[in-house]
Unconditional design. Structure first.
Length: 333
């Protein structure tokens, strides 16, 4: 998991790669009729990833094997896909994952292919207005004469932005995780953070300190938050006794360079994202000249994310040059 350099993807995987956390999430956020037929006591995590190799460092998928309550050898796979921006092609991406999973089952001698439950976890600030059925991507799918010949499935969307604070359910660690993901892109994160950290600290779990550090690393790298906000959140939420948890964290995180760590973490993410974007562009358009590569490498994270979406529509290098020129002029006006 340490190879993941996208903070939201890594944070997503760090928790849900734990079977007990996955069971907690599934039992609370799958449709009740689905929960009723699944045995969620002991989900089995697959160690395989079904993401393209060139994207594996930046994105995360998770696959769990879950048995049916009625018994027997039959099982259902739950495929997690994490998104922080709406993606109109996610159904096609999921279809590619489904086929790869089924191909692996066939190679292993399966008599039948397992049913797979595709689950998209979304926590972006924009509304998710993407159709959830695969056939919506197919031209002519609405013609009655052709509908029966179109492949079809629907994914389940867990849109965290649609949940109010009182609707966030599960064990403490899961609720902390969901609340952070819900607010990570919000300008209100600094105001929400003391309440979220207090929830974790008051749980008195033995691993609270360890998980608290994971939380702070994620917030530092991915959140719209300042060093002062972090210090205020720690002061407001953690015990103040001499030699206690607050002092330990203050020494470890604040006094020993959390500000430098934030800057280094953000720069590492930016460099990794720029390298990935250049590789994707060269795969699509051919080798780029050194000046263009340098221009891309100098882009801030938000521009790199925009370019990562825009490049899917590029067919020529001229389109890339125009895009870079426009974004550069925008940033200087």
């Amino acid at each position: 998991m340490s190879e993941l350099t996208n903070p939201p993807a890594r944070f997503f995987r760090d928790l849900l790669a734990r079977p007990e956390a996955a069971a907690d999430f599934l039992s609370n956020y799958l449709p009740p009729e689905v929960v009723a037929v699944l045995d969620l006591d002991a989900p089995e995590l697959s160690k395989d990833s079904f993401i393209d190799a060139e994207l594996r460092q930046h994105f995360s998928d998770l696959l769990y094997r879950v048995r049916l309550k009625r018994g027997g050898a039959a099982c259902v796979y739950v495929l997690f896909e994490h998104k922080s921006t709406p993606d109109g092609w996610v159904a096609f991406q999921l279809l590619r994952y489904l086929v790869r999973i089924w191909e692996a089952e066939q190679r292993n001698g399966a008599a039948q292919l397992p049913l797979i439950f595709p689950l998209v976890f979304y926590h972006g600030p924009e509304p998710w207005r993407v159709a959830r059925n695969f056939s919506a991507l197919l031209a002519g799918h609405d013609l009655p004469e052709l509908r029966r010949y179109a492949p079809e499935f629907e994914y389940h969307l867990c849109d965290l932005s649609a949940y109010g604070a009182d609707e966030i359910k599960g064990q403490v660690r899961l609720r902390v995780w969901l609340l952070l993901l819900k607010h990570i892109f919000s300008e209100q994160l600094g105001a929400k953070l003391p309440e979220i950290l207090t929830l974790l600290v008051q749980s008195q779990e033995q691993t609270a300190l360890e998980y608290l550090r994971t939380v702070l690393r994620y917030v530092s790298a991915a959140g719209k938050i300042t060093l002062a906000d972090l210090q205020d959140a720690l002061t407001a939420s953690l015990p103040q006794e001499e030699g206690g948890l607050m002092q330990t964290l203050a020494e470890t995180w604040v006094k020993q360079g959390i500000e430098q760590g934030i800057e280094q973490g953000i720069e590492q993410v930016r460099q990794t994202l720029s390298s990935l974007t250049v590789r994707q562009l060269q795969h699509r358009l051919g080798i780029l000249d050194a000046e263009t590569r340098a221009q891309i490498s100098a882009l801030p994270i938000e521009r790199l994310e925009q370019l990562g979406e825009a490049l899917l529509d590029f067919t020529t290098r001229a389109e890339l040059i125009v895009w870079l020129s426009q974004r550069t002029s925008d940033s200087t006006t």
